[in-house]
Structure formats: C-alpha cells, structure tokens
Design a binder for this molecule. Sequence first.
Ligand code: HEC
Ligand code: HEC
Length: 328
Amino acid sequence: MSEKLFIFWHYLSRLATVLCLCANCTLVLATPSANEPISPLPKRPYAHPHIVQLGKILFNDVRLSRDNSISCAACHNLAKGGDDGQKTSTGIDGKRGTRNAPTVINSSLNMAQFWDGRVNSLSHQVMGPITNPNEMGSEWDSLLEKLRKDLELSAQFERVYADGITRENLIDALVTFERQLISNNTPFDKYLQGIPNSISAFAEQGYKTFKQIGCAACHQGKNVGGNMYQNFGVVIPYPKPDSDDNKEDYGRYEATGKESDRYKFRVPSLRNVTETAPYFHDGSEATLEGAVRKMVHHQIGRPIDDESVRAILAFLKTLRGEVSGDLL
Ligand code: HEC
Ligand code: HEC
C-alpha cells in the first residue's frame, strides 16, 4: 500500500471509530485495522518493580482507612475479579454506599473512572475512597503521620521516592500498581490474534450474535466497554429499582448536571464479567444470565432465543483473564 493510500485508509478507520461512538448507535463500525469492534488488551506497561511492590502493599494496607479496618482490597479483591461480590459496598463503621463496586482490573483502560465517569484519571480516583466517609474515611494529614511512624514502610518509600511518604508518592505508587492490573491472555484475545481453537465454536457463535444484535455498539474497544456513556433502557425504559436508601441514582448527571446525562452510566467493561456478580450500578442483578437477558430486553428491544443467550454467555466466559500472580 502506498503511503498516501495508507494515510487515507488510516484516517477513514479513525472516522469510523468516532462515528460509532454516537449516542444510541446500533451499527457496529469496526476499525478496519482489526475489522472487529473489540481489540486485544495491551500488555502490562513497564514500571519500576519497587514501586509496583509498594503499591501492592498500600493496596492491601488497612491503615489507609481511618479505623484501620479496611483496605482497597476489601472492596476490590483481586483474587475474586477485583470487586467485593456485594450489591453495594460496606465501608468503615459498616456504612453502605449506594453503588456496586466495579472491578479495578483493567480499569486503567476506561476513558474515565466510576459509574458516572466523574474523574478521568486514576490519580484523581484514588483520592475518592481514601477520604470518602462511606469508604475509608481518612484525613490526609493524620494518614500520612500514621504511615510515617512505620519505619519499614518509610524506608520502602525512600528507596524509590527521595521525599519519602507524601500524598503524591502514595497516590503514584497505588496508581502504578493499578496500571499493572491487566488481565492478559484471555482466550478471546487469542482468538482475535488468530490463534486457532482459542475459543469454542459455540462461543464464536455467541460473539457473532453479540455483534449482530448490537451489544458491541456499546460494549466495544479493548475493554469491551468503558468508552462511552449510555442510558440503561435505550429501547425499553428500565424501571428504577429501589436502592437501599431509596435515593434515585441519576448517573452521569450527578457529575455534569446536564439534563441529557440524566440516567446515563458509563458502559461497563465486560472483561472478567463472569467474576464480578452482582451486576449493574446498583448491584440489582444477581446473575450474569439475568444481566444479559435484561440487556437484550432494555437495550436491544427484540427477544432472542435461549440458545443465543447461552451462546452469548459462552462468549462472555472467554473474556476471562488473569492478572499476573505476583500482584495478588
Ligand atoms: C468500601 C469499599 C471500597 C473501598 C475501601 C475502595 N473502593 Fe474503590 N470503589 C468502590 C465503589 C463502590 C466504587 C464505585 C463508586 C462509583 O461509581 O460512584 C469504586 C470505584 C473504584 C474505581 C473505579 C473503577 C472504574 O472502572 O470505574 C477504582 C479504580 C477504585 N475504586 C480503586 C480503589 C482504590 C485504589 C482503593 C483504595 C485506596 C479503593 N478503591 C477503595 C468501593 C470501594
Ligand atoms: C445502548 C448501549 C448498550 C447496549 C446495546 C448493550 N449494553 Fe450492556 N450495558 C450498557 C450500560 C449503560 C450498562 C450499565 C447499566 C447500569 O448499571 O445502569 C450495561 C451493563 C451490562 C452488563 C452488566 C455489567 C456489570 O458489570 O454490571 C452486562 C453483562 C451487559 N451490559 C451485557 C450486554 C449484552 C450481552 C448486550 C447485548 C444483548 C448489551 N449489554 C447491550 C449499555 C449497553
């Protein structure tokens, strides 16, 4: 291919990706480079092993919470899909939040963090739980003072950061660790790379259905989601379930205040979705099959037969990957 032709083709492929991000689009316009709406996960980025190790320690350290009772891992258990398996999470003093904990695995690949995308970087995200009174309830000054008393931890910080334990360094270590949480080597990514027999014929049939009926219009890209905001109930409105405290969740509207964002949520990633029950922003759906059926009903609006549901479930299983054992 000549260079000019290549540039033109590259431009067209970009355009196609942009077009398919439009709201309510049901067409799947794949990037011609891969010819698929979903692309394989990138590799773990390089990071200094001492910083990753420090981030891992902090992620599992209950001292980040005011009363030394919970760590990040309490709500984001990496051995169990990176979430807590609860409908909504329990923070310090048994306080319950209003949203289901999303997985931290592959979350660095989402365009923004949280169900409403209210922060666009992991560094800003980390500040949330540490000081959120419903989660860890700490105050920065007392937290840093508490940690500085630990001479071993101080030495570990000083090994990689000249100024030792500071808020910025703590955030940097946690975020560096979180960026390592990529679930590589999924059967589906091997299939995308053309490796024969990576997934069963039934799972492949499920993937085809997933594309044909329009799931991939929203759940797409390297994270099979995480790159747009959509309403739950684009075709058939979703009855708002009572949340525990009976407060309605307005989703993206709570972050932007824009009327058009009311009830929009960031489309969740479906990577590792078999491990992250219960489902939806309010954790209202206990099973993956139930979640798929609700999506078919509310987002697609046309029924599909039971075999197609089973095939989609078989496809979703192939999105399961594992984070590297040294991070657990
Ligand atoms: C009490 C439970 C709890 C604790 C402790 C907790 N989280 Fe979370 N986490 C949640 C919930 C719930 C959400 C979703 C909140 C929302 O969308 O409004 C979330 C969201 C996130 C997200 C966004 C993921 C995405 O895809 O949007 C990341 C990243 C994250 N937490 C990392 C951390 C880190 C790092 C810590 C420790 C400093 C931590 N969490 C501590 C419950 C918790
Ligand atoms: C119009 C966009 C759109 C389409 C089409 C769509 N989804 Fe979704 N999907 C979403 C949104 C938004 C959510 C989050 C809803 C919420 O929690 O409020 C979601 C949530 C999910 C969840 C729950 C994930 C979790 O971690 O909680 C699954 C599973 C899912 N979708 C599968 C599918 C399947 C299978 C299809 C096709 C039958 C489909 N989706 C079609 C936008 C879409």
